[in-house]
Ligand binder design. Sequence first.
Ligand SMILES: Nc1ncnc2c1ncn2[C@@H]1O[C@H](COP(=O)(O)OP(=O)(O)O)[C@@H](O)[C@H]1O
Ligand SMILES: [Mg+2]
Length: 573
Amino acid sequence: MDLEKNDTLFRFVVSEMRHLRGGVAIAILRSLCIAPLPWLFGMMIDRHVPAADVRGLLVTSWIFAALLLLHMAFAITAARKIGGGVTEIVKDLRSLIFNRLQFLHFGYLDRSTSGRLLSKYAFDTQKVQDITVLMLNQFLPTTCYGFSVMFIMLLVDWRLSLVVLLIMPMVVTARIFFRKKLKRQNQEVRLAQEKLTGSANEMISALRLVRSLGEETKAEHRLKSDNHDVAETRVGLINISSVFGTYIFVNNQFVSLIVVCAGAIMVIEGQMSVGVLFSFVAALPIIMQPFTMVTQFIEQYAMGQESYRSIRELVCSRYVEQWKGDSFPAEFRGDIRFRNVRFAYPSKENTPVFESLNLHIRAGESVALVGASGSGKSSIANLILGLYSISGGQIEVDGMTQDQLDMRRFRRQCAIVLQENILLSGSIMENIRFAKSEATDEEVRQAAIDANADEFIRNLPEGYHSIIGERGVSLSGGQKQRLSIARAILRNPRVLILDEATSALDNESEALIQQALERLSRGRTVITIAHRLSTIRNADRIIVLGDGRILEEGDYETLRKANGAFSVMSGMG
Ligand SMILES: Nc1ncnc2c1ncn2[C@@H]1O[C@H](COP(=O)(O)OP(=O)(O)O)[C@@H](O)[C@H]1O
Ligand SMILES: [Mg+2]
């Protein structure tokens, strides 16, 4: 599957032809069955009628019916084969997207909302599927019919065929003009719709806020005008479409009129037989169909191309993690060293978080990071895990740089507990086990006990098998926190990062969690990021960050007495 080289949906489909070859061949055969049909009509009239040959008429009818049946059989087989092939391609495409998501740089994830990524995965792939099927299963056969019938008609009578060929461009230009109008109106409807969905979505998710502030009328008012716009643009669309529908009908009849009239004159002048004229009348709708379809198809294709582009943008993104190293220390200790690190978030290249940061966290040491919000504490955690790349200096783990190190393996030796913890839908057991899939039930339970979570879990109606998430039990912030600590414990990491792991909690659950964390911290490299100074009193070393550098460091008592930034903070706290 190569999206890099194939910049359009069409090229992509061609490059995947090995899945589709059989179906496409049959789809073409299918149209060849149709090609002689109008000509057979002409034969019936010109040959069998004057000779009063009923038997001949029946034989021709049999041939006609047999061709139709054959066409049907081919059509069904082709649809099935093409459908199967395209599904196969789209399945691969989805796996490819998901695989890319796993390797994407966090800088890319920062720029894209999860909704946007989800829609690439779910909707854009579906669109690509639909358009590809439309292209191969409808547009291609219809075009083949059209051209093969046209070819036969050229052989039957080139002059009348020429008349047909001359009116087609006129028809097509008029249609394109109409389609443009329709498209513009469609776009307006879509924009209005998107706006309405957006504001409705916002209002619905902010329902609690709106209600608790008593601002219902304001919210209703905002929705009302968007709602009105949608209705307005829809009416416009209905008007244009109905005119368009009438236009198409009249237009088709008009084309028939021109052909019949020109043909009839030729018959009167003795230049053409009635049967030939008859076959032209039968052929006309088949010849016109691709012309009718092309305008619609172009529009559909443009949407498919847009979806393809959006998928390609993700799949061919340069924002993939650059870690290619495959070394790993024989005995992993968890010694972390920042040397002159320069770092800026990809979205803010010009305002680096750190210009030149030096920091050494020894194996087994417990370090606390404090500092005002925005001083770069979480950034240090992100950098240790290699979630972003640095633009200067080195980060070394046990003496190896991140370039040399197998970063995925390194991350499996780490655990991070955040303030906002992410639980997956599923049972409690599965959630804890996510950190170590081979853990036994007993190990999971032990981890929960160490995290002070076992008691509340056992009190749930279904204990460890209770389902959490939208339709399951809801947990308090402290409970969720203890589950994620259990996860970290189960993992038994060498490096543990706690990023404001307790700041959202009340005092009681904080005490429970604090105990759990202290148990968890023993014998590991621990980096604690905290607001509350009570949490970090026991750290071996406290590092005070500010202005992109280390302002002060030392143990709790030393810093308190030093009259620096820390004593100001602790004086307040
Ligand atoms: N994903 C991000 N993209 C861009 N800028 C970010 C991102 N995360 C944090 N920042 C910016 O980087 C700086 C440091 O942030 P952070 O490390 O989160 O601070 P802290 O954890 O100390 O509050 C802040 O100025 C913040 O606005
Ligand atoms: Mg932070």
